[in-house]
Design a protein around this ligand. Structure first.
Ligand code: IDP
Ligand code: MG
Length: 201
């Protein structure tokens, strides 16, 4: 019975995995032995919308200049989220005016655009259960003076005009921002081996 289940799990992994997996049936078998019948469950659960929630996180030019990229990525990995897209770029005024369209009338808008175009950004898409809200909590208050210690802004910044990081503020906002900054082909669907230990139970 167990052997049959392992065999079926291996076959499923073989046929639903990426090209790497297909290239190697032994890998499929190995994964099946590692995860056993739970792999079936893992696959079906990972198609649930809340597990697939995604958000856009951007390390702003001050964060890149101050070499905070590694520490910031580490926080999101450590928390259990899955990185599905990442790129470093110089933002254009056009993309920023779309990204910050709700702030165009604010007195600080021009200086915000100058700041955001002053150097490269690292833009990422993170995926996982409740990732939009949890990321906002991890990022902290917009004004670092009011941000809790332990948050990115609370640990790495002191002034609202240089607050190191952006994170989408709603699921709908995240969808728009992800489409603005990424092409669908640049986002990767991949199976993270520890997913069943971080949120799908
Ligand atoms: P959020 O980044 O926490 O979502 P928003 O209100 O959406 O905050 O503002 C977007 C960005 O605009 C902030 O992260 C910050 O960089 C900048 N910003 C907001 N308020 C001010 C301000 O009063 N002075 C200067 N920059 C500001
Ligand atoms: Mg915002």
């Amino acid at each position: 019975m167990l052997q049959r289940s392992i065999f079926h799990t291996a076959l499923k992994h073989f046929f639903t995995g990426g090209p790497e997996t297909r290239r190697s049936l032994p890998c499929g078998l190995l994964c099946a032995f590692r995860w056993g019948p739970g792999l079936f469950w893992h696959r079906s659960k990972s198609s649930l919308p809340d597990v697939r929630e995604r958000t856009l996180v951007a390390i702003k030019p001050d964060g890149v200049q101050r070499r905070l990229v590694g520490q910031i990525i580490q926080r999101f990995e450590q928390r259990g989220f899955k990185l599905v897209g990442l790129k470093m770029l110089q933002a254009s005024q056009d993309v920023l005016s779309e990204h910050y369209c709700n702030l165009r009338t604010k007195p600080f808008y021009n200086s915000l655009v100058r700041y955001m175009t002053s150097g490269p950004l690292v833009v990422m898409v993170w995926e996982g259960h409740n990732v939009v809200q949890t990321s906002r909590t991890m990022v902290g208050h917009t004004n670092p003076a009011q941000a809790q210690a332990g948050t990115v802004r609370g640990d790495f910044s002191i002034h609202v005009s240089r607050n190191v990081i952006h994170a989408s503020d709603s699921v709908e906002g995240a969808e728009k921002e992800i489409q603005l900054w990424f092409q669908a082909k640049d986002l990767l669907d991949w199976n993270c081996w520890d997913q069943i230990s971080t949120g799908e139970l």
